[in-house]
Design a protein around this ligand. Structure first.
Ligand code: COA
Ligand code: MG
Length: 286
């Protein structure tokens, strides 16, 4: 699940186009990309779009925040069409996940979807208070929580910052802290760590840099807002031939030395964690 492409729920055209973008996941948005007077249209279109799920990417929906009067109606429209997952925006913390989890469980029971089928991923950093709870996601016991993701735009506004990145293009401290905490918490749950979107969709070089950093830092995927971003992201999260060859060599070295916990490969020390990482990489690459 490398690339997660948003498409506004009120745009039938974008909803129709997004699944052929090559994205691993498409998220129909019912929240900020949809104006108030188009919420019902977006819900109806998203429901229809979800039902067409025989092939292609996983189909998710971003519902409205639990602090709004909209989210229950969002679920009423879409749950019958069996979304693969629900992206929860402006999550205030793990406690809120429990509320959504219970509501989804009730829906699954009501309409005969296997219990736990519907996954959840929260956007964890959209207010200062919410951002302070990020480490607590790491110990949350909600089975359908399959990943964490974050965004910088809303938080930048809430703290009154006028920049997210410094002069050299690196995230400023606030965002680095959030990003690092999210990475830890997501891996603590055993779920996906999905990096924030790169908003300048006409800058493929900047996106490629940002996605390569995300992959190198331990993120498993990245959000996207435009089909042109998908192949760049997929490429960045695809292990290179060189990385795969190295992983195979590590696995082979340990296989040739049963019982060894530490070895050398081309003059570099390799230990059990390297073996585990190599095995994970090969498994991920299929
Ligand atoms: N999903 C599917 N198709 C998309 C798309 C998306 N996210 N973004 C653009 N497209 C389509 C356009 O409809 C257009 O199709 P066409 O060639 O058949 O006319 C084509 O890709 C090229 O689009 P472009 O002209 O470059 O961009 P735009 O001005 O139409 O749209 C945005 C720019 C930012 C409005 C658009 O990318 C978008 O809606 N992104 C998602 C926004 C969103 O959901 N945000 C919520 C999460 S932050
Ligand atoms: Mg937002």
């Amino acid at each position: 699940m490398r690339s997660w492409l948003f498409a506004p729920g009120d745009s039938a055209k974008k909803l129709a186009k997004a699944p052929s973008s090559g994205a691993d996941v498409v998220i129909a948005d019912l929240e900020d990309a949809v104006p108030l007077d188009a919420k019902d249209l977006a819900r109806a279109q998203a429901a229809e779009w979800l039902a067409d799920n025989e092939t292609g990417p996983a189909r998710w929906v971003r519902i409205n925040a639990l602090s709004t009067p909209f989210w229950r109606d969002d679920l009423t429209y879409i749950m019958q069409s069996r979304p693969a997952g629900i992206l929860l925006p402006k999550a205030s913390g793990p406690d809120e996940l429990a509320i959504l989890d219970a509501e989804i469980s009730a829906w699954e029971q009501r309409i005969g979807i296997p219990s736990g089928h519907t996954q959840i991923m929260p956007l964890v950093s959209e207010t200062p208070r919410a951002a302070l709870t990020i480490p607590a996601y790491g110990t949350t016991a909600i089975d359908r929580l399959t990943g964490l993701t974050w965004g910088s735009e809303d938080l930048m506004t809430s703290v009154g910052a006028s920049r997210k990145r410094d002069g050299s293009g690196q995230w400023t401290d606030l965002f680095r802290m959030i990003r690092a905490q999210l990475l830890l918490a997501a891996h603590a749950t055993g779920g996906w760590a999905i990096d924030a979107l790169y908003s300048d969709f006409r800058d493929p070089d900047g996106l490629a840099r940002s996605a390569a950093e995300a992959a190198a830092d331990g993120f498993t995927g990245m959000l996207a807002i435009h089909p042109a971003q998908v192949s760049v992201i997929n490429e960045a999260f695809q292990p290179s031939a060189e990385k795969l060859a190295q992983a195979r060599a590590i696995v082979a070295a340990f296989a040739a030395n049963p019982g060894a916990a530490v070895l050398q490969l081309d003059g570099r020390m390799i230990e059990t964690p390297h073996l585990k990482q190599a095995e994970n990489l090969l498994q991920m690459a299929g």
